[in-house]
Design a protein. Structure first.
Ligand SMILES: C[S+](C)CC[C@H](N)C(=O)O
Ligand SMILES: N[C@@H](CCS)C(=O)O
Ligand SMILES: [Zn+2]
Length: 327
């Protein structure tokens, strides 16, 4: 796939979805709702070892809810993380591959079934391989602070991301989703890797934000988007796992800073306590509110809309209903 084709794949989906495609919702959240215990350094990636069937089930639930894009279970699946757990390099790589295969199998199963349903309004979903930030792997809350310490250089971040990216791409996803990137240095590492590895599938880079104006590191989104704009390998840019009430103004800001399609999939508004490893109750938004927000975000110019942590298939059903007129 050349760069033109990569761009077309995402653009076609957005067009088929009526101008705004639906991303799935909180993946780890839905695993937990089904009883999975993920209080672990691997977080949701623990289920790749313990309960892969549940991963597939959650993907199917999001498809049924109307997701046009499935984000894989690899957010916190890393080779050093698996090795720290006693797995071999080879087994770690097999688990990464499995994260893509499970989503592809769910997508194909759902799409085969839909093929037999007359007049359905679903689109054939794309599978986006999740690449969580270095902070997600550290499991210390730094995907929301952007502070990695002075010893973390561009080369270190590229070394951290490179092999996982290669393995995920080899497993055959439709696209890549860099998630909760908290600073400019890591965005640069992602861009450099896409270029150096000559990645041919589309990708998006999403930042977290804790003040509604800047990246968590305090660096401006102008600085971050200026480097992204220089790369044709990044096909969309946006925000994930930030509170929903920040999103509308961030879409407007991003529209001034980039011509790339904008993707937003905020969390419920609850705040992650990285030390206590739990969600702190905060200004929290329910599915009805997401329904209202989704039209506003679309009208403000977002092209891909979904949910992140603490959102569920019912959130995605509400978003899909309002964006596509599905009941
Ligand atoms: C998106 S956060 C809630 C994921 C979990 C975090 N990286 C941790 O392991 O503590
Ligand atoms: N795709 C991940 C992102 C966590 S911030 C999930 O939904 O669990
Ligand atoms: Zn999240």
């Amino acid at each position: 796939m050349g760069i033109g084709k990569a761009t077309a794949l995402l653009e076609d989906l957005i067009e088929k979805a009526g101008g705004c495609a639906v991303v799935d919702g909180g993946f780890a959240t839905q695993l937990e709702r089904h009883g999975a215990s993920i209080n672990d350094p691997l977080w949701s990636a623990l289920c790749l070892i313990k309960d892969p069937d549940l991963i597939k089930r959650v993907h199917l639930e999001y498809l049924e809810a109307g997701a046009d894009i499935l984000v894989t279970s690899s957010y916190q699946a890393t080779i050093p993380g698996f090795v720290a757990r006693g797995l071999s390099l080879e087994d770690g790589e097999l688990l990464l591959e499995k994260s893509v295969k499970l989503a592809v199998e769910a997508r194909d199963k759902f799409w085969d079934a839909m093929d037999r349903v007359l007049g359905h309004s679903y689109n054939r979903a794309l599978v986006a391989a999740s690449i969580g930030s270095y902070g997600a792997y550290l499991a210390d809350g730094s995907e929301y602070s952007g502070y990695y310490g002075s010893d973390v250089t561009l080369d270190k971040l590229k070394d951290f991301h490179r092999r996982r990216l290669q393995v995920l791409v080899e497993a055959g996803p439709d696209m890549l989703a860099f998630e909760t990137i908290p600073n400019k240095l890591e965005a640069q590492a992602c861009i450099d890797l896409l270029e150096e590895e000559d990645i041919q599938i589309p990708s998006w880079i999403c930042f977290s934000s804790v003040d509604g104006e800047n990246a968590p590191s305090g660096e401006s989104f102008k600085e971050c988007l200026d480097i992204i704009n220089k790369s044709s390998k990044v096909n969309a840019v946006g925000i994930n796992c930030a509170p929903p009430h920040f999103v509308d103004s961030l879409i407007r800001k991003f529209r001034e800073l980039t011509e790339k399609p904008i993707v937003v999939y905020p969390n419920s508004g609850e705040v992650w306590d990285g030390r206590a490893k739990r969600w702190l109750p905060s200004k929290c938004f329910d599915d009805d509110k997401f329904e209202l927000f989704a039209t506003r975000w679309r009208d403000s110019g977002a092209k891909l809309i979904g949910g992140c942590c603490r959102t569920t298939p019912s959130t995605i059903r509400a978003i899909s209903k309002v964006l596509k007129g599905r009941s």
